[in-house]
Design a protein around this ligand. Sequence first.
Ligand SMILES: [Zn+2]
Length: 187
Amino acid sequence: MISISSECLRAIEQDAANCYPYECCGLLLGFDRSGPNSELTNSIATATNHANSFDITDAKAGPTPEKLSVRTITLVIPAVNRREEAIRRRRFSIEPEDFLKAELAASEKNLSVVGIYHSHPDHQARPSANDLAQAWPFFSYLIVAVDNGQVGFPTSWRLNDDRKSYTQEQVLVTPEADQNLCPKDSD
Ligand SMILES: [Zn+2]
């Protein structure tokens, strides 16, 4: 399960719309909490649940969503899609320095880089074969379809240990005021 603030989701939607008809991309910052009985799970149970309408019946077998850590996204950092224009409608690439900037921003805020978002212009919000080839373990891959300029609700995916398939994560959108989801400073 991945929980994202409505503010972060708006930033992704805006980036996807601005980049259309090319793919947008960026980094997702946040934190993980494990276990079905964590206080976070209880908090997000009351959050707005946007059920997504994508058919997941052909998702490959993997750990059940309950076994994945609960992941919360509190900050989104858009990146420049460095792919050449001829293939930018179907591919994205994030430069190492953009990752570095995101890592620095994350450590300043007691967060981690926990995923990558990108858009699929005029294409369904499911990972492509190329996405699979590029994916890393641990990260959440959040995808928004942009259909004729209209941004759809995101799907999110985590690479399974076999590195050949994904588990789809449920996406929850939380109100901006839900600041109790943020981690406390450790000092
Ligand atoms: Zn993709």
